[in-house]
Design a protein around this ligand. Sequence first.
Ligand SMILES: Nc1ncnc2c1ncn2[C@@H]1O[C@H](COP(=O)(O)OP(=O)(O)OP(=O)(O)O)[C@@H](O)[C@H]1O
Length: 247
Amino acid sequence: MAVDPLIELRDVNKHFGPLHVLRDISLTVGRGEVVVVIGPSGSGKSTLCRAINRLETVESGTILIDGEPLPAEGKDLARLRAEVGMVFQSFNLFAHKTVLANVSLAQVKVRGRGKREADLRSRELLERVGLADQADKFPAQLSGGQQQRVAIARALAMDPKALLFDEPTSALDPEMINEVLEVMRQLAQEGMTMVVVTHEMGFARSAANRVVFMADGRIVEDRSPEEFFTAPESDRAKDFLSKILKH
Ligand SMILES: Nc1ncnc2c1ncn2[C@@H]1O[C@H](COP(=O)(O)OP(=O)(O)OP(=O)(O)O)[C@@H](O)[C@H]1O
Protein backbone atom coordinates (compact mmCIF):
# COMPACT_ATOMS: atom_id res chain seq x y z
CA MET A 1 0.00 0.00 0.00
CA ALA A 2 1.42 3.40 -0.96
CA VAL A 3 1.74 5.61 2.11
CA ASP A 4 0.13 9.03 1.98
CA PRO A 5 2.01 10.66 4.87
CA LEU A 6 0.00 12.69 7.34
CA ILE A 7 2.50 12.84 10.20
CA GLU A 8 6.24 12.65 9.61
CA LEU A 9 9.13 12.85 12.02
CA ARG A 10 12.63 13.03 10.60
CA ASP A 11 15.71 12.55 12.77
CA VAL A 12 14.08 14.04 15.87
CA ASN A 13 16.21 14.37 19.01
CA LYS A 14 15.43 15.55 22.52
CA HIS A 15 17.15 15.54 25.91
CA PHE A 16 15.81 16.08 29.39
CA GLY A 17 19.05 17.27 31.01
CA PRO A 18 21.58 14.47 30.44
CA LEU A 19 18.86 11.99 29.42
CA HIS A 20 18.67 11.49 25.64
CA VAL A 21 14.96 10.75 25.55
CA LEU A 22 14.33 10.81 21.76
CA ARG A 23 17.21 9.50 19.66
CA ASP A 24 17.12 10.04 15.90
CA ILE A 25 13.43 9.29 15.69
CA SER A 26 12.08 8.94 12.15
CA LEU A 27 8.49 7.86 11.77
CA THR A 28 5.84 8.26 9.08
CA VAL A 29 2.16 7.82 9.83
CA GLY A 30 0.03 7.47 6.72
CA ARG A 31 -3.46 8.89 6.36
CA GLY A 32 -5.93 6.46 7.89
CA GLU A 33 -3.23 4.48 9.65
CA VAL A 34 -3.33 3.42 13.30
CA VAL A 35 0.13 3.30 14.83
CA VAL A 36 0.39 1.92 18.36
CA VAL A 37 3.53 2.85 20.31
CA ILE A 38 4.60 0.42 23.01
CA GLY A 39 7.70 -0.15 25.10
CA PRO A 40 9.07 -0.23 28.63
CA SER A 41 8.39 2.55 31.11
CA GLY A 42 10.61 5.56 30.48
CA SER A 43 11.44 4.62 26.88
CA GLY A 44 10.17 7.95 25.50
CA LYS A 45 6.69 7.01 24.23
CA SER A 46 4.80 9.91 25.83
CA THR A 47 7.53 12.37 24.88
CA LEU A 48 7.30 11.21 21.27
CA CYS A 49 3.52 11.59 21.30
CA ARG A 50 3.72 15.05 22.88
CA ALA A 51 6.44 16.16 20.46
CA ILE A 52 4.13 15.53 17.50
CA ASN A 53 2.06 18.61 18.33
CA ARG A 54 4.87 20.37 20.13
CA LEU A 55 3.67 20.05 23.68
CA GLU A 56 7.35 19.16 24.01
CA THR A 57 9.96 21.09 22.06
CA VAL A 58 12.63 19.12 20.24
CA GLU A 59 16.27 20.06 19.70
CA SER A 60 16.79 18.81 16.19
CA GLY A 61 14.93 17.18 13.37
CA THR A 62 11.74 18.01 11.52
CA ILE A 63 8.10 17.28 12.25
CA LEU A 64 5.63 17.64 9.38
CA ILE A 65 1.84 17.61 9.61
CA ASP A 66 0.27 16.93 6.23
CA GLY A 67 3.48 18.07 4.56
CA GLU A 68 3.83 21.31 6.55
CA PRO A 69 6.76 21.69 8.95
CA LEU A 70 5.64 22.35 12.51
CA PRO A 71 7.01 25.76 13.52
CA ALA A 72 8.30 26.53 17.02
CA GLU A 73 5.58 29.09 17.73
CA GLY A 74 3.01 31.43 16.28
CA LYS A 75 -0.29 31.20 14.42
CA ASP A 76 0.79 28.37 12.15
CA LEU A 77 1.68 26.26 15.19
CA ALA A 78 -1.76 26.88 16.71
CA ARG A 79 -3.45 25.96 13.42
CA LEU A 80 -1.44 22.78 12.90
CA ARG A 81 -1.92 21.80 16.54
CA ALA A 82 -5.68 22.02 16.11
CA GLU A 83 -5.38 19.55 13.22
CA VAL A 84 -3.88 16.93 15.51
CA GLY A 85 -6.16 16.34 18.49
CA MET A 86 -4.81 14.96 21.73
CA VAL A 87 -6.37 12.68 24.33
CA PHE A 88 -4.46 12.42 27.60
CA GLN A 89 -4.36 9.93 30.44
CA SER A 90 -6.06 12.45 32.73
CA PHE A 91 -9.11 13.70 30.89
CA ASN A 92 -8.53 17.38 31.76
CA LEU A 93 -12.22 18.35 31.58
CA PHE A 94 -13.39 21.62 33.10
CA ALA A 95 -15.06 20.55 36.34
CA HIS A 96 -17.39 23.56 36.56
CA LYS A 97 -18.70 23.19 33.00
CA THR A 98 -21.27 20.72 31.72
CA VAL A 99 -20.31 17.87 29.42
CA LEU A 100 -21.87 19.75 26.51
CA ALA A 101 -19.97 22.95 27.32
CA ASN A 102 -16.71 20.99 27.61
CA VAL A 103 -17.17 19.71 24.06
CA SER A 104 -18.37 23.05 22.67
CA LEU A 105 -15.86 25.43 24.24
CA ALA A 106 -12.90 25.11 21.89
CA GLN A 107 -15.16 25.00 18.84
CA VAL A 108 -16.30 28.51 19.73
CA LYS A 109 -12.91 29.82 20.87
CA VAL A 110 -10.59 28.18 18.36
CA ARG A 111 -12.78 27.30 15.40
CA GLY A 112 -14.93 30.44 15.67
CA ARG A 113 -18.25 28.57 15.48
CA GLY A 114 -21.41 30.12 16.86
CA LYS A 115 -22.61 28.63 20.14
CA ARG A 116 -25.72 27.05 18.63
CA GLU A 117 -23.74 25.39 15.83
CA ALA A 118 -21.08 24.21 18.29
CA ASP A 119 -23.69 22.71 20.63
CA LEU A 120 -25.35 20.91 17.74
CA ARG A 121 -22.05 19.39 16.68
CA SER A 122 -21.24 18.49 20.31
CA ARG A 123 -24.54 16.62 20.67
CA GLU A 124 -23.78 14.63 17.50
CA LEU A 125 -20.35 13.72 18.85
CA LEU A 126 -21.68 12.82 22.29
CA GLU A 127 -24.12 10.50 20.55
CA ARG A 128 -21.23 8.96 18.63
CA VAL A 129 -19.35 8.15 21.85
CA GLY A 130 -22.53 6.83 23.49
CA LEU A 131 -23.13 9.75 25.85
CA ALA A 132 -26.06 11.61 24.29
CA ASP A 133 -27.98 11.40 27.57
CA GLN A 134 -25.15 12.85 29.68
CA ALA A 135 -24.83 16.24 27.96
CA ASP A 136 -26.15 18.30 30.86
CA LYS A 137 -24.21 16.55 33.61
CA PHE A 138 -20.97 17.77 35.15
CA PRO A 139 -17.76 15.72 34.79
CA ALA A 140 -17.77 14.62 38.45
CA GLN A 141 -21.16 12.94 37.90
CA LEU A 142 -19.63 10.67 35.23
CA SER A 143 -17.44 7.59 35.56
CA GLY A 144 -13.80 7.78 34.46
CA GLY A 145 -14.60 5.87 31.28
CA GLN A 146 -17.42 8.27 30.44
CA GLN A 147 -15.17 11.27 31.14
CA GLN A 148 -12.56 9.91 28.78
CA ARG A 149 -15.22 9.44 26.09
CA VAL A 150 -16.18 13.11 26.58
CA ALA A 151 -12.50 14.00 26.10
CA ILE A 152 -12.51 12.03 22.83
CA ALA A 153 -15.67 13.85 21.69
CA ARG A 154 -13.98 17.15 22.58
CA ALA A 155 -10.94 16.23 20.46
CA LEU A 156 -13.16 15.19 17.54
CA ALA A 157 -15.07 18.48 17.76
CA MET A 158 -12.07 20.29 16.27
CA ASP A 159 -12.38 18.15 13.11
CA PRO A 160 -8.79 16.96 13.46
CA LYS A 161 -6.95 15.19 10.67
CA ALA A 162 -5.39 12.87 13.26
CA LEU A 163 -5.71 11.99 16.93
CA LEU A 164 -2.92 11.31 19.40
CA PHE A 165 -3.71 9.20 22.46
CA ASP A 166 -1.25 9.24 25.36
CA GLU A 167 -2.10 6.28 27.60
CA PRO A 168 -5.84 6.98 27.38
CA THR A 169 -6.88 4.11 29.64
CA SER A 170 -4.08 4.11 32.23
CA ALA A 171 -6.05 6.13 34.78
CA LEU A 172 -9.19 4.00 34.46
CA ASP A 173 -10.56 1.19 36.57
CA PRO A 174 -10.25 -2.10 34.66
CA GLU A 175 -13.97 -2.43 33.97
CA MET A 176 -13.97 0.94 32.16
CA ILE A 177 -11.03 0.33 29.89
CA ASN A 178 -12.99 -1.53 27.24
CA GLU A 179 -15.66 1.10 26.73
CA VAL A 180 -12.93 3.61 25.82
CA LEU A 181 -11.00 1.15 23.64
CA GLU A 182 -14.26 0.33 21.85
CA VAL A 183 -14.76 3.99 20.89
CA MET A 184 -11.14 4.08 19.68
CA ARG A 185 -11.64 0.88 17.64
CA GLN A 186 -14.69 2.44 16.04
CA LEU A 187 -12.70 5.56 15.09
CA ALA A 188 -9.97 3.37 13.63
CA GLN A 189 -12.52 1.51 11.52
CA GLU A 190 -13.92 4.80 10.28
CA GLY A 191 -10.46 5.68 8.97
CA MET A 192 -9.21 8.15 11.59
CA THR A 193 -5.43 8.49 11.59
CA MET A 194 -4.27 7.65 15.11
CA VAL A 195 -1.07 7.43 17.13
CA VAL A 196 -1.76 5.56 20.36
CA VAL A 197 0.65 5.17 23.26
CA THR A 198 -0.71 2.33 25.37
CA HIS A 199 0.05 -0.67 27.52
CA GLU A 200 -3.08 -2.42 26.18
CA MET A 201 -1.55 -5.16 24.05
CA GLY A 202 -4.97 -6.50 23.02
CA PHE A 203 -5.71 -3.16 21.40
CA ALA A 204 -2.31 -3.13 19.70
CA ARG A 205 -2.92 -6.62 18.29
CA SER A 206 -6.44 -6.01 17.11
CA ALA A 207 -6.57 -2.35 16.03
CA ALA A 208 -3.07 -1.33 14.94
CA ASN A 209 -1.83 -1.28 11.38
CA ARG A 210 1.67 -0.94 12.79
CA VAL A 211 3.31 -1.43 16.15
CA VAL A 212 6.22 0.84 16.99
CA PHE A 213 8.35 -0.59 19.80
CA MET A 214 10.55 1.92 21.65
CA ALA A 215 13.40 1.33 24.06
CA ASP A 216 15.84 3.91 25.48
CA GLY A 217 14.54 6.69 23.26
CA ARG A 218 14.89 4.75 19.99
CA ILE A 219 12.43 3.07 17.68
CA VAL A 220 13.67 -0.49 17.82
CA GLU A 221 10.95 -2.17 15.75
CA ASP A 222 8.24 -0.81 13.46
CA ARG A 223 6.17 -3.66 12.02
CA SER A 224 2.72 -5.13 11.63
CA PRO A 225 1.18 -6.43 14.88
CA GLU A 226 1.13 -10.00 13.50
CA GLU A 227 4.88 -9.89 12.84
CA PHE A 228 5.73 -8.06 16.05
CA PHE A 229 3.76 -10.23 18.45
CA THR A 230 4.54 -13.58 16.84
CA ALA A 231 8.18 -13.02 15.89
CA PRO A 232 9.81 -9.99 17.57
CA GLU A 233 13.30 -9.48 16.16
CA SER A 234 15.16 -7.61 18.88
CA ASP A 235 16.19 -8.92 22.30
CA ARG A 236 14.61 -5.80 23.87
CA ALA A 237 11.23 -6.59 22.35
CA LYS A 238 11.47 -10.30 23.22
CA ASP A 239 12.30 -9.39 26.81
CA PHE A 240 9.48 -6.82 26.97
CA LEU A 241 6.89 -9.24 25.59
CA SER A 242 7.93 -12.09 27.86
CA LYS A 243 7.53 -9.82 30.93
CA ILE A 244 4.13 -8.56 29.74
CA LEU A 245 2.86 -12.06 29.02
CA LYS A 246 3.79 -13.20 32.52
CA HIS A 247 1.32 -10.68 34.02
N1 LIG B 1 9.49 17.04 31.93
C1 LIG B 1 10.46 16.15 32.16
N2 LIG B 1 11.60 16.50 32.78
C2 LIG B 1 12.59 15.61 32.99
N3 LIG B 1 12.53 14.30 32.63
C3 LIG B 1 11.40 13.90 32.03
C4 LIG B 1 10.30 14.79 31.76
N4 LIG B 1 9.33 14.07 31.14
C5 LIG B 1 9.76 12.80 31.03
N5 LIG B 1 11.01 12.69 31.55
C6 LIG B 1 11.84 11.48 31.58
O1 LIG B 1 12.03 11.09 30.22
C7 LIG B 1 11.98 9.67 30.11
C8 LIG B 1 10.92 9.28 29.09
O2 LIG B 1 9.65 9.64 29.60
P1 LIG B 1 8.30 9.29 28.85
O3 LIG B 1 7.19 9.74 29.72
O4 LIG B 1 8.37 9.78 27.45
O5 LIG B 1 8.40 7.69 28.82
P2 LIG B 1 7.27 6.61 28.56
O6 LIG B 1 7.89 5.61 27.67
O7 LIG B 1 6.04 7.28 28.09
O8 LIG B 1 7.06 5.98 30.00
P3 LIG B 1 5.73 5.41 30.75
O9 LIG B 1 5.33 4.16 30.02
O10 LIG B 1 6.22 5.14 32.14
O11 LIG B 1 4.70 6.51 30.69
C9 LIG B 1 11.71 9.13 31.51
O12 LIG B 1 12.95 8.74 32.08
C10 LIG B 1 11.13 10.32 32.23
O13 LIG B 1 11.42 10.26 33.61
